[in-house]
Design a protein around this ligand. Structure first.
Ligand SMILES: [Zn+2]
Ligand SMILES: [Zn+2]
Length: 911
């Protein structure tokens, strides 16, 4: 864009310079965002509060944007900033459109990662649990402070003064209250579930506490006799000690199984194994005279209602199907011990198999056949038993990767331990049904969430940890049933927790609560899954604060279909009576975004060294550039970030800034209130209509959460309509006309309206720059820019797009003439427009038209072609406005300029 002011200033003969209306340089081109932004943060916060209270006063619609909680461990990464900036686009755009916005943020504090950090800090030193929890709390507080500062620096307009934390005493207390409600609805049930278990820790371990090392294990091919087929189904196992807990055999429904007959050690054997596994099996057992007698699919085999005899216990077990069974190793037949394996457990749940306890928490057998043995020493006894019963086909040793305790480096086992579950059958069905009330962005989110809900087994919510919300339930030492007054006990504990936190349960002398019953009840010392803490936030935070249970928006990464979106709706359903569940959906609009990848589309990781910190981006480019990058992204998919990308965004920022700069720097002598009655020229009315259309379009995009459409529309509008067209076409009026003339004020009014529109549309995206603009507009007494957000008037005008097409054509010709050195600029040209079919142009005075085309003269012709010529010798250049004219007076001024110097207005009607 060619700037009039600079061309004039560089001119040698500047006699008339002081008589021009030159722009003030109050809005600098160089933004200096990294240095400037921190200075504006406080004022921006106040503006947000002010805008919200004005909206509230005007009965603006209440809009609740409830932010899911990041985990308070480590500073924020670029994915967090992506997420929060998207949320902020929504909060700010809703506020700008008159809503009373509640944007609540908070942090997730309990759980294993913090326990692990604190444990490392203690370097193996043992401390009492209450001291340990205090250390966890302190660490979490420090981490929250760090993250909060980083989010604040990004210009996030959330309520930073009232964040929630899942470790707030009141929130902890409310979390237990939510659990009590679920108990009251009979949806909290006890059961068993395998977890990693370390006999040295005497405790369950989380996946993160397990390390994998190689281990030697004895393996066995074990026969389970079917009297119906008169053959052994041969299963392969690497955990021989789990055979006493066997409850079924599993086959893959898609594989084929054969009944073979063969001879080994002079004995005739009849076995069933998966067809292809025969090759290796027959080698192992030295088989000869092999005959394939019959073939069954896995599905058929399991449909026959066959039972097989346990190889050494007096019981029979069924044959069931399981998709995970393969023929890669072994025989395609797997022995199932639901107590001792995750897959086994799932199969057991599906087929209602019993869970047999055979081992205690010290790893010793409680099964009478193996009393006094451990899981290590019993293996040889079991092998002997199998041999004695003629059920051992082959045994060997295998070196495989096996889970070990990260503290003790000893092998762990999977073992079912008592746990608490939320019963999900009906709850998940109701959750799926209630999703019909939810709008999904993108729409396929509904399918993802529905699938996640449908495939979910009962939710195990208990953890054997220390830093977490308790499950305050007493169970009877013999019957294992919860205390008959459990609901009230939970409420009482919850009340105490609101005063002293977790220790209201963990540090409790239980005699106070139970009296003499204390001797026959055990307190549950487990903690709640942290997904429960965050899941119930609609209750523990929203409802508790008098907010709505149903938020207008939940916006998180698409991985939350398996996480928070699910835990929220499941807890909401589980804690309410069936007939009230449809009222309990925690979200109206569910928006998801993709992941942030590096410039090459790779996942960021410390080991790859490609991690980009949002704090570093902000220091280098400024938060507004980071925000502009988010706005440009197709956020519902995975997005990329890198220096090259950010440089491109910086360019875009500079272009926007340049347009804004031009508008604002020419409004230093303009006051909207004083110019309410200006008679807008028709072309200016037309431009205001276009500004209106863009504002309307952008509001529609905001309402559909399509931020990249907003920024694309605005960027194009700034370049094509404002910079290249309107500003260019009105520079004479603005710079050279009488200051208070109607023509000039009319153009300034368009500048002002354009700025007002840009402020409204861009404030959600680049709030720092818009705050800078607001400060300036307040100095100019045109603070209207910020506080009024109505759509502007629209006008009935002629459509100037045809004229604009003419101009584009002329410009092409003139550009070529400049290249060919025929003319220096368009101002040396006389153009002739064919107006045969476009008589409307004739309405416009040619003096007005020449300003529009930036030429010396506009002629009309009826020759069907447009022509451009260099001005003849009769034309001279005006020393003030540089336009060529046939009327240049003795002071080297054109008529318009001569008039301007004596405050005589040039009257324009159209443009
Ligand atoms: Zn251990
Ligand atoms: Zn002039």
């Amino acid at each position: 864009m060619k700037l009039w002011s600079t061309t004039l200033l560089s001119r040698e003969n500047m006699n008339y310079k002081d008589t021009l209306n030159l722009p003030h340089n109050s809005f600098p081109m160089k933004a200096n965002l990294p240095q400037q932004e921190p200075k504006w943060l406080e004022g921006m916060g106040k503006t947000v509060v002010l805008r919200n209270s004005i909206n509230k006063m005007h009965n603006g619609k209440y809009f609740q944007l409830f932010s899911g909680s990041p985990y308070s461990n480590g500073d924020i990464h670029v994915g967090h900033s992506f997420n929060y900036i998207l949320k902020d686009f929504i909060a700010r755009s809703k506020r700008m459109n008159g809503c009373n916005v509640n944007f609540t943020i908070g942090w997730d504090n309990h759980g294993l990662p913090i326990e692990l950090v604190v444990e490392k800090q203690l370097k193996g030193k043992r401390v009492p649990n209450d001291v340990f929890r205090k250390l966890c709390r302190k660490y979490a507080e420090e981490q929250v402070a760090i993250q909060k500062q980083s989010f604040y620096r990004l210009g996030i307009s959330a309520d930073f003064d009232n964040p929630y934390h899942t470790m707030d005493y009141q929130t902890e207390s409310n979390t237990v209250k939510a659990l009590a409600n679920i108990y009251q609805q009979s949806n909290l049930v006890s059961g068993k579930k395998p977890t990693h278990f370390c006999f040295d820790c005497q405790s369950s371990l989380a996946e993160a506490e397990v390390e994998y090392y190689d281990k030697n294990s004895k393996t066995a091919y074990v026969g389970f006799y079917s009297s119906t087929i008169n053959a052994d189904l041969v299963a392969y196992t690497t955990t021989i000690w789990t055979l006493p807990a066997n409850e079924a055999l599993a086959v893959n429904p898609e594989l084929y199984y054969s009944l073979f007959e063969y001879i080994s050690n002079n004995q005739v054997k009849r076995i069933i194994i998966e067809e292809d596994s025969g090759v290796s099996f027959f080698q192992l057992v030295n088989a000869t005279h092999i005959k394939q007698l019959e073939v069954f699919s896995g599905k058929e085999l399991s449909n026959k209602n066959l039972v097989v005899n346990h190889p050494f216990l007096a019981k029979q077990v069924p044959i069931v199907c399981a998709d995970y069974v393969s023929n890669d190793v072994g025989t395609g037949i797997v022995h199932i011990a639901p107590t001792f394996g995750m897959d086994d457990y799932q199969v057991g749940k599906q087929h209602s198999l019993p869970m047999t306890d055979t081992v205690n928490t010290s790893g010793e057998f409680i099964h009478p056949m193996f009393t006094g043995k451990t899981i290590h020493t019993a293996t040889n006894d079991i092998i002997s038993l199998l041999q004695a019963n003629d059920k051992l086909y082959f045994t060997n040793e295998l070196t495989h990767s096996y889970p070990h305790c990260w503290r003790h480096k000893t092998p762990t086992i999977f073992m079912a331990t008592p746990q608490w579950f939320i019963k999900l059958d009906q709850v998940a069905k109701d959750a799926v049904a209630s999703l019909d009330e939810v709008e999904f962005y993108p729409v396929n989110g509904k399918v993802r969430l529905t699938k996640a809900l449908q495939n979910r087994p009962d939710w195990c919510i208990s953890r054997q940890r220390r830093w977490g919300v308790p499950i305050p339930i007493y169970t009877h030492k013999d019957t294992k049933y919860p205390h008959p007054d459990t609901y009230n006990i939970m409420l009482k504990v919850s009340e105490n927790m609101s005063k002293i936190g977790l220790e209201a349960w963990f540090d409790k002398t239980h005699r106070e609560v139970l009296g003499v019953d204390e001797s026959v009840y055990n307190p549950c010392l487990d903690t709640l899954d942290v997904w429960f803490d965050s899941g119930v936030q609609f209750f523990s935070v929203c409802a508790a604060r008098g907010m709505q249970i149903t938020s207008d928006v939940y916006l998180e990464g698409s991985d939350q279909h398996r996480g928070w979106f699910q835990s929220s709706i499941l807890t909401a359903m589980a804690m309410s009576p069936e007939n009230a569940r449809s009222e309990m959906v925690p979200y109206k609009n569910l928006i998801t975004h993709g992941f942030v990848l590096d410039k090459d589309g790779k996942k960021m990781s410390k080991s790859l060294g490609n991690v980009i910190s949002p704090n570093d981006i902000v220091k280098k480019y400024g938060a507004d550039v980071l925000r502009l990058w988010v706005a440009n992204s197709d956020y519902q998919k995975d997005v990329r970030i890198g220096d090259e990308i950010l440089e491109r965004v910086s360019d875009q920022y500079r272009k926007l800034r340049n347009t804004i700069k031009h508008l604002v720097n020419n409004l230093h002598d303009y006051d909207y209130d004083e110019n309410m009655n200006v008679t807008l020229l028709e072309y200016d009315q037309y431009t205001i209509n276009r500004i209106n259309e863009v504002l309307y379009a952008c509001n529609v995009f905001y309402n559909k959460f399509e931020f990249s459409n907003v920024i694309t529309t605005i960027s194009e509008f700034c370049t094509d309509v404002l910079s290249n067209e309107y500003i260019n076409n009105t520079r004479d009026r603005v710079y050279t006309y009488v200051k208070h003339s109607n023509s000039r004020r009319s153009a300034q009014t368009v500048y002002f309206m354009a700025l007002k529109m840009l402020y409204q549309v861009l404030e959600p995206i680049i709030p720092f720059t818009m705050y800078e603009l607001m400060l300036l507009s307040e100095q100019h007494h045109n603070s209207m820019i910020t506080l009024n957000n109505s759509i502007l008037n629209s006008y009935n005008t002629f459509n100037y797009s045809l004229l604009s097409e003419h101009k584009k054509q002329f410009n092409k010709t003139i550009e070529q003439m400049v290249k060919d050195k025929v003319v220096n600029s368009s101002s040396e040209c006389v153009i002739s427009i064919n107006t045969d079919n476009e008589g409307y142009i004739k309405r416009i005075n040619s003096g007005e038209l020449k300003r529009y085309f930036n030429v010396a003269e506009v002629l009309f012709n009826n020759t069907l072609i447009n022509t451009v010529k260099r001005v003849s010798n009769e034309y001279q250049k005006c020393e003030r406005c540089w336009n060529y004219s046939t009327f240049i007076n003795s002071e080297c001024l054109c008529n318009t300029c001569a008039n301007a110097l004596v405050n005589k207005e040039e009257s324009h009607k159209y443009m």
